[in-house]
Design a protein around this ligand. Structure first.
Ligand code: ATP
Length: 365
C-alpha cells in the first residue's frame, strides 16, 4: 500500500495460512489465505475495504480489514462488536451480508457482500451534475420511488431484527452490480432488546457512550438526547457548548417525556433519515443543511426546510409525514401503525414489495 499512515492496515501477506485448522469443509471456515485480494475499494477511519476472491469457489466479496492495535488505541472495540453482532442478525437482499469473520495477529477481517457500484451518494451527485437530471435536480419520481422502497424494505428488516441503524444516509447505501441497494455501516447501530441485558434497561447501559449518526440525517429526538450531542460535539468543541446550551434548559416542544420514556430509542429515527433521503433523491440535496453542524442541528430542531417548486405532491405529502419532530407521530412509527402503514402511503403505490429486489432497477441517466 502506498499509504503513509502507519495506522492503515495493509493487505494480508500471501502466505499467512494458519496451521491451527486443517482444511475442514471449505464453507465452514475461512482465513486470509483463502482469498486472493484485489483492488482497494475504499478506506474508512478505522478500516480498509478490499475486493477479494474466494479461492475455493471463485466468488467475489468485499473484505473489511481492521487493524487490531488501531481499534484498541482509539477505543473502537465496542463499535466493531456492534457492527459484527448486528450484521450477524441480518438476512435481507437489501442489506450487506456478513459471511465470515476471522482474524490473524494484526488484523480483523469481515467478509461481506461486494457492492460493485459503490455508494448511492455518487449517483445522486452524478445525476445532479448531468444535464439530463430532472428540473428538480436529481432522480425522477419512479426512480426515487424504487430506491425509497428498497431502503424502506431494508429498514423494516433491520427493525424486525431488533436493531435501529441510526446512520442511514446515501454514503451508507451501497449498490450491487444490478444497481440494487445494500445497506451497510452498522457500527453505530443499537440493539433494542438484548437478551444478555439481564432485565436491565439497555438505555441506561448504553446511552453514556453512544455516538450516533451524521449531522444532516440525525433525527431531532437523537439531537435532544444530551449524550448524542456530546458525541457529535467531539468533532467540534464549540458546537458542543452551543448545543448543550440550547438543548439543556429548553427542550424541543416534542421532547416532553422524561428520559425514561426514551424517545431517542425509537426505531422511527431511521424513518426520519428515510424522509431526508427521499427529499435528497428528488432534489439532489438534503433538506437540512447549514454551513456548519451547529446550524444544521438548529434547522433540524426547528423543522426548518422548504420544498422547492415542482416537488411532486405525493412525495411532499410523504416527506412531510416523515419529517415530524415527534417520533411517535411520525408515519411508520409503531404508534402510527408501523412500517405497514408507511408502505401503504400513495407514494409507494404500485411497488411489488415481494419481488422488489428481483425486478430490474430503473436506469439512471
Ligand atoms: P468511516 O469508518 O470513516 O465512517 P466508512 O464507514 O465508509 O468510513 P468502511 O466501512 O471501512 O468505512 O468503508 C470504506 C469504503 O469502502 C467506503 O467508502 C465504502 O464505499 C467502501 N465499501 C465498504 N463496504 C463495501 C462493500 N461491501 N462493497 C463495496 N464497497 C464497500
Amino acid at each position: 500500500s502506498s499509504s503513509s499512515s502507519s495506522a492503515a492496515p495493509l493487505p494480508p501477506p500471501a502466505a499467512s495460512r494458519s496451521t491451527s485448522q486443517n482444511d475442514v469443509h471449505p464453507k465452514l471456515r475461512r482465513d486470509a489465505s483463502d482469498f486472493e485480494f484485489g483492488a482497494t475499494l475504499g478506506e474508512g477511519s478505522y478500516s480498509t475495504v478490499m475486493a477479494a476472491r474466494d479461492k475455493h469457489t471463485g466468488s467475489w466479496y468485499a473484505i473489511k480489514i481492521l487493524d487490531k492495535k488501531h481499534i484498541i488505541r482509539h477505543k473502537k472495540v465496542k463499535y466493531v462488536d456492534i457492527e459484527k453482532n448486528t450484521l450477524n442478525r441480518m438476512n435481507h437482499p437489501g442489506i450487506v451480508r456478513l459471511y465470515w469473520t476471522f482474524h490473524d495477529q494484526q488484523q480483523l477481517y469481515f467478509v461481506l457482500d461486494l457492492a460493485r457500484n459503490g455508494e448511492l451518494l455518487t449517483y445522486i451527485k452524478k445525476v445532479r451534475a448531468n444535464s439530463l437530471a430532472t428540473p428538480l435536480g436529481a432522480f425522477d419520481l419512479p426512480t426515487t420511488q424504487f430506491y425509497a422502497a428498497e431502503i424502506l424494505s431494508a429498514i423494516e428488516h433491520v427493525h424486525e431484527m431488533g436493531v435501529i441503524h441510526r446512520d442511514i444516509k446515501p454514503e451508507n447505501i451501497l449498490l450491487d452490480e444490478n444497481m440494487h441497494i445494500k445497506l451497510t455501516d452498522f457500527g453505530t447501530a443499537k440493539i433494542l432488546e438484548s437478551l444478555d441485558d439481564g432485565g436491565k434497561d439497555s438505555l441506561t447501559r448504553h446511552r453514556a457512550n453512544s455516538w450516533v449518526g451524521t449531522a444532516e440525517y440525525v433525527s431531532p429526538e437523537l439531537l435532544n438526547d444530551k449524550s448524542t450531542c456530546k458525541a457529535y460535539a467531539s468533532s467540534a468543541i464549540i458546537s458542543f457548548l452551543l448545543i448543550l446550551k440550547s438543548a439543556a434548559p429548553n427542550q424541543s416542544p416534542t421532547n416532553t417525556n422524561s428520559p425514561a420514556a426514551s424517545p431517542h430509542l425509537s426505531t422511527s429515527s431511521d424513518l426520519w433519515a428515510l424522509g431526508c433521503i427521499i427529499y435528497q433523491l428528488l432534489t439532489g440535496r438534503p433538506p437540512f443543511k447549514g454551513s456548519n453542524e451547529y446550524l444544521t442541528f438548529e434547522k433540524i430542531k426547528n423543522l426548518q426546510y422548504t420544498f422547492p417548486y415542482g416537488f411532486p405532491d405525493v412525495a411532499r405529502d410523504l416527506v412531510s409525514k416523515l419529517l415530524v419532530l415527534d417520533p411517535a407521530t411520525r408515519l411508520g412509527a409503531p404508534e402510527q401503525g408501523g412500517i405497514k402503514a408507511l408502505k401503504a402511503h400513495a407514494f409507494f403505490e404500485g411497488i411489488d414489495w415481494e419481488r422488489l429486489f428481483e425486478l430490474p432497477a430503473p436506469k439512471l441517466h
